[in-house]
Design a protein around this ligand. Structure first.
Ligand code: SF4
Ligand code: SF4
Length: 253
């Protein structure tokens, strides 16, 4: 409506249209920051006025509330991310919000500089958080699906302590090379092909690909118990490729 009514608003924004605000994933927001955006604004339909039964605007709201806490955790000003709900007929409101947000982002300055974070440090922090997105979404799935009725509840949905703990206690999975029997069960069940292995080969988890879903931990037969959950300590390095072959006793001379 803002365009049709010839309303003027800041020219510093780039509009990306999606079919529903619920389509805006946490990864999209972090990618926008990684690609140099100084602020991200998400506009959604008014809560409880979704045209469909999906009510994706609640998903968008919860994602933003979580993302703002994550931003605080890595030292970014959470005001760089804003969500507002309005109807397509509210051109004047859209214009006002856009101008307000543009002004706010200008006050905050370029991403990272405003927060006095070194460019390389910011890049590596954003990369580290981006890698953990599937894990974060898995661990916080119940809260991310909530429909909050009152605005006062928004601030309490995710707390800084909770997000700090989430990162402190992040879980990794590791295959103990002394226990792995190369049964290949975990390899077949891993949803993202993060397990490297084969017949008579000790299996290894590619930590770069692993989304920390825990499937391998559940799938490894208890009599082997080779998959370990690790929290609060570094994951041991993978066993070198040339040492992965298992020589069964019956085949030893
Ligand atoms: S935790 Fe999930 S993603 Fe990671 S290796 Fe195990 S099954 Fe694959
Ligand atoms: S399920 Fe357990 S024993 Fe079997 S390959 Fe995976 S880690 Fe090794």
């Amino acid at each position: 409506m803002a365009g049709v009514s010839r309303l003027q608003y800041t020219t510093e924004i780039r509009l990306i249209r999606v079919m529903c605000s619920g389509r805006v994933d946490l990864e999209f927001v972090l990618r926008a920051f990684s690609n140099g955006s100084d602020g991200v604004f998400i506009g959604g339909c008014r809560l409880n006025e979704c045209n469909y039964i999906t009510e994706g605007n609640y998903d968008a709201l919860n994602m933003v509330l979580l993302c703002r806490k994550i931003m605080e955790h890595i030292g970014l000003n959470p005001e760089r991310l804003r969500i507002e709900f309005m109807s397509s007929g509210e051109g004047i409101l859209f214009t006002k919000v856009m101008n307000d947000f543009g002004k706010k982002v200008k006050e905050l300055g370029p991403l990272g500089k405003g927060e006095e974070i070194d460019e390389d440090e910011l890049k590596s922090k954003l990369e580290a958080v981006t890698k953990l997105i599937p894990y974060i979404k898995l661990v916080k799935r119940e809260k991310l699906a909530l429909h909050l009725d009152k605005e006062e509840e928004y601030n309490e949905l995710f707390t800084s302590d909770e997000v700090d703990r989430l990162f402190r206690e992040v879980i990794s999975y590791h295959i103990d090379p002394d226990k792995c029997q190369a049964c290949m069960i975990c390899l077949k069940k891993c949803p993202v092909e993060a397990i490297v292995g084969g017949k008579n080969q000790i299996h290894v988890i590619d930590q770069e690909k692993c989304i920390k879903c825990g499937t391998c931990f559940e799938a490894c037969p208890p009599r082997f118990g080779a998959v370990k959950k690790i929290s609060g300590e570094p994951v041991p390095p993978p066993i070198p490729e040339e040492e992965r072959t298992i020589v069964r006793k019956s085949k030893k001379k």
